[in-house]
Ligand binder design. Sequence first.
Ligand code: ASP
Ligand code: MG
Length: 408
Amino acid sequence: MALIVQKYGGTSVGSLDRIRNVASRLKRTRDEGNQVVAVVSAMSGVTDGLIKMAKELSENPSERELDVLVSTGEQQSIALVTMALHDLGVPAASITGRQAGIQTTGSHTRGRIADINGSLMKGLLDEGKTLVVAGFQGVTKEGMIHTLGRGGSDLTAIAVAAALKADVCQILTDVDGVYTCDPRIVKNARKLPEISYDEMLEMASSGSKVMQSRSVEFAKKFGVVFEVRSSLNDNPGTLVLEEHANMEDVVIRGISIERSQARVTIAGIPDAPGMSGKILGALAEAEINLDMIVSNIAHDGAARHSFTMHSSDLGKAQAALKPVLAELSPDAKIETEAGIAKLSAVGIGMRSHSGVAATMFKALGDKNINIGMISTSEIKIAVTVDEIHIEDAARAVHDAFALDKAPA
Ligand code: ASP
Ligand code: MG
């Protein structure tokens, strides 16, 4: 008998029909002879709706009360899924975050899991019950309700799987798994049988958001192997796990893209210590998330700094930079460019293969696509291109690395 944790996201429990469907999938898994623990999100739109209400009511709602409010979304869905299971004759019980023994620390609306005590769940499983656990919530030592950040039900599922030493942890969602690239853009994109935690994290941070990144980090830390698969069919999905030797044979695992990026370049800054700190400090204070950062010395001896950010932050960035630049130099000027996008190629294999960047840049050059900024990490090469070319760029790089073909 295996212990299986299955997480169902908001879309999968988005209507009563879908809840019935989830219940019958749980029953099927149980009838195959397994112990089953479901972790569910709020029905789709519910969390957003609750946050919207709070913000309409109050300009600056208390985060403590926000947690009390939004955690009710998951509480609705666990009760409904459990009722649907009862209707199918399955002995089942709903479990809140507190009952699951999920103890959190940190701040309201972005609590972190400090500990999880699965003894209540274990007892109920031993009695033969199927459990339906509320995702996204936990309680502090003092008994305060915390939520775990948007998308936090993924984290609950991974933590519950770790605590119960589950044999299998499945993240059931509205996509079939993790693909070599977005199949809506690259028609011959291939579903990956497996991907390493680090690659999954890099793909997520560069635009392919399948799961909350914190959950992947947590899974890596506790060695929880999990599978991302569809809640609408029975196709095998993608296994996410610690890298193993064979995985390095593949140079590029996948490509992700991120649209709506903007670039800010500051020129005419004195080439002296402390300048970058001041500029980036102003942007950090304005809570602007920078992505790529490139600095160099122009021919006139003054430095240039360029960074990318989401284009919706552009106005805020300009406002934050103006006073700093005025202070730094009368020659300082700021140039901005919106309408760019980022293409990232990710793979642990690039640590042991050379020429990866060259192949990527040549593929783009052959299609006459100009590269703006370039940044790299040990397992990622990212470039910016004009947003209108991003889809062609993705297809060109996907072809260049033959990602449509399964490695031999
Ligand atoms: N309901 C929460 C959210 O919408 C948690 C989740 O769906 O994972 O962010
Ligand atoms: Mg979700």
